[in-house]
Ligand binder design. Structure first.
Ligand code: SF4
Length: 376
């Protein structure tokens, strides 16, 4: 029988991992910084409290590595929320089933109206997002949506409920390039507290989703946890462990990491763990120093000031002008949003900010375009 990440994960202990991160010393951090190739123990050192005094050095190194690998470019993407219907209860999300708010799923016309506005911003990379409501927004709906939007975008990402391998195999030929599937937290016991009802409460099915995606031959997989639910250092280590396994097992697939921090939303859950801006910078730099290839993504959850400051520290893709409610771009539909946006600048304003910092916003995913040419 094929192994999956769940086999590796089952041999790990949350508490022992946490203890091992918190016991890293300044010497461990220095060793990690001096190496040319780092391993998971180095990553532990880089995210540990012992690395805090090395933040400047880490930021410089992270900047240099990113410039060398990715040049002065920033990939731009925008989410399109297709539906806010959801059959799950998640304690941290505005779309949670127990939020008695107006629900809506976009019709074909409404999708095309959204496309028109998004194209007018200049985007060529679209992220389609829904809540998890299999009956309303299942594979047939995704197929229809992909057929509608694919002619207008060269790269399509999807952030929806985890699917079976054959379902991904059905969607990929319709133009699906990337799937984002965040584990939310790798703390298995507390995962159940945050996801008390619905299919999402199945921790293992979610944990094995990147395996199913890898087997289906997806182009790119996005990983991450929701920062604020549990100890961010331990959760980030498990994300890196997951990434390490996936890169070795599905080496033809590309990977990206996001670092969403819990944001205000209707129903409001206070973060159990607060992560400071400095700590988020530390985490971004740690990922980059540990892994030179992985894409690091930053959404509009973060503030204008913070996003301006991290452009040079390792981030390689950014969203701008995002709406987190279905129909939010073409206006006219007032629907429940998933969380509040923090950076409300327009895509043009973000492009301007990037250029001022010496970066070129890239609206098209050239990697993907080249891949198509190789396939010819
Ligand atoms: S996080 Fe996803 S699954 Fe959970 S309530 Fe929100 S939309 Fe639904």
């Amino acid at each position: 029988m094929n192994k999956s990440f769940a086999d590796i994960f089952s041999s790990c202990s949350w508490d022992e991992t946490k203890e091992s991160i918190y016991s890293k010393t300044a010497e461990d951090v220095k060793t990690a910084l001096q190496k040319t190739k780092r391993n998971l123990e180095d990553f532990k050192a880089l995210i540990s409290p012992a690395a805090e005094p090395f933040l400047e050095q880490m930021a410089l190194l992270s900047h240099q590595i990113t410039r060398k690998r990715f040049g002065n470019t920033m990939q731009m993407f925008i989410p399109m929320y297709l539906s806010n219907e959801c059959q799950n209860i998640c304690t941290y999300c505005g779309f949670s089933l127990d939020n008695k708010m107006r629900r809506t799923t976009l019709t074909e016309k409404q999708i095309l109206d959204e496309v028109a506005v998004i194209k007018s911003y200049g985007y060529d990379h679209l992220l389609l997002v829904t809540g998890e409501a299999n009956k309303t927004v299942g594979v047939p709906y995704f197929e229809k949506a992909l057929k509608l939007v694919k002619p207008h975008f060269s790269h399509i990402s999807l952030e929806v409920q985890p699917l079976d391998q054959d379902e991904y195999e059905t969607l990929i030929p319709h133009g699906l390039n990337t799937v984002l599937v965040y584990q939310e937290t790798y703390h298995e016991e507390n995962y159940k507290l945050h996801h008390p009802k619905g299919k999402k409460s199945n921790f293992l099915y979610r944990l094995e989703t990147p395996d199913r995606l890898g087997k289906a031959g997806i182009y790119k997989i996005g990983l991450g946890v929701l920062i604020g639910l549990e100890d961010w250092r331990t959760d980030s280590f498990f994300t890196a462990l997951h990434l390490d396994y996936l890169e070795k097992t599905y080496w033809q697939t590309k990977y990206s990491i996001s670092f969403p921090r819990l944001r205000p939303y209707t129903g409001n859950l206070e973060p159990k763990v607060n992560m400071s801006d400095r700590e988020l910078v530390q985490l971004i730099c740690a990922y980059r120093i540990y892994n030179e290839e992985v894409e690091l993504s930053m959404s509009t959850r973060e503030s204008e000031k913070f996003r301006n400051n991290v452009v040079k520290l390792g981030i390689t893709s950014m969203s701008a002008g995002s709406k987190t409610d279905p129909g939010g771009y073409a206006a006219g539909i007032e629907a429940l949003e998933q969380f509040e946006i923090s950076d409300e600048r327009t895509p043009a304003e973000i492009a301007c900010m990037l250029k001022e910092q010496g970066y070129e916003p890239v609206w098209k995913d050239w990697d993907r375009a080249y891949q198509f040419m190789e396939d010819l």
